[in-house]
Design a protein around this ligand. Structure first.
Ligand code: 3PY
Ligand code: MG
Length: 252
């Protein structure tokens, strides 16, 4: 059996290359697979992806062989549990800025006794009751990534990294650039230094790291530093670039 998302985050094989998906269409997920990505991040924090859209998008990801992470709208147990019940391989929890928030997120991804996830064996993730091993396999498989993307999260990093069961931190340079006063400059040297520091502190504690990279150059930098997952692009930006390129060429 091929390694699941959590095993890939904790393993030493190639890092995962992911794209964010904002547009709730299965075709976008399939296009990401056709382009060669390893994973999609279905983004409920930004854009119109609702809980109703998740089952089809997750099914499309699975059918296309992609790992499927849902970025939930905020750090709330209910939202995390709904994404996992729909069949996601893991969740990305935005703006985690304290040890309590990290523990809340992890607790919502695991059934008792490891956590506090509400149990229902009839949901999609459980094969609608057809999977007798659901609770154990879900606890073993579903990954929880906490986004560190603001001053408060940076200040609480050591406690967040110490959260039992946390699969990794995901550093968000876009929000971090605003929080640090470099608006709209995720590649500002001060932001790059801050991201690198967070990643290295994660590695020093043996915690897997992930980063959003606004450019392939940034992605290469973070991959060389040993991150286990890079968010390399966003569907809307890719479509805009694809629409623009032939027009720009035509118009000179
Ligand atoms: C950030 O960089 O702030 C992100 O949330 C990446 O999507
Ligand atoms: Mg962000």
């Amino acid at each position: 059996m091929s390694p699941n998302l959590r095993e890939r985050l904790h393993g030493d094989g190639p890092a995962l290359l992911a794209t964010f998906v904002i547009v709730p269409r299965i075709e976008i997920v399939e296009l990401a697979a056709a382009a060669g990505y390893d994973a999609v991040v279905l983004d409920q924090e930004h854009g119109p992806i609702s809980i109703d859209s998740l089952p089809a998008l997750i099914a499309a990801a699975r059918g296309a062989g992609l790992a499927c992470i849902v970025r939930v709208p905020e750090c709330r147990a209910k939202q995390i549990e709904s994404a996992l019940d729909a069949g996601a391989d893991g969740v990305l929890v935005p703006h985690v800025s304290s040890a309590d928030a990290a523990a809340e997120a992890v607790g919502a991804t695991r059934f008792a006794p490891e956590g506090r996830r509400g149990a229902n064996p009839y949901v999609r993730a459980a094969g609608f009751s057809g999977d007798p091993a659901f609770y154990g396999s879900s606890n073993a498989r579903c990954a929880c990534l906490a986004m560190v993307e603001g001053r408060a999260g940076v200040a609480a990093l050591d406690e967040i990294l110490a959260t039992p069961g946390l699969d990794g931190i995901f550093v968000g340079p876009v929000d971090l650039s605003l929080s640090l006063g470099y608006h709209g400059q995720p590649e500002h040297p001060a932001v790059v230094e801050a991201v690198g520091d967070l990643v290295e502190r994660g590695h020093a504690r043996g915690v897997a790291t992930a980063v959003f990279a606004p450019t392939p150059t940034a992605a290469r930098r973070w991959l060389d530093l040993g991150v286990r997952l890079v968010g390399l692009s966003i569907d809307t930006a890719a479509i805009l670039a694809g629409f623009r390129a032939p027009l720009d060429e035509l118009r000179g």
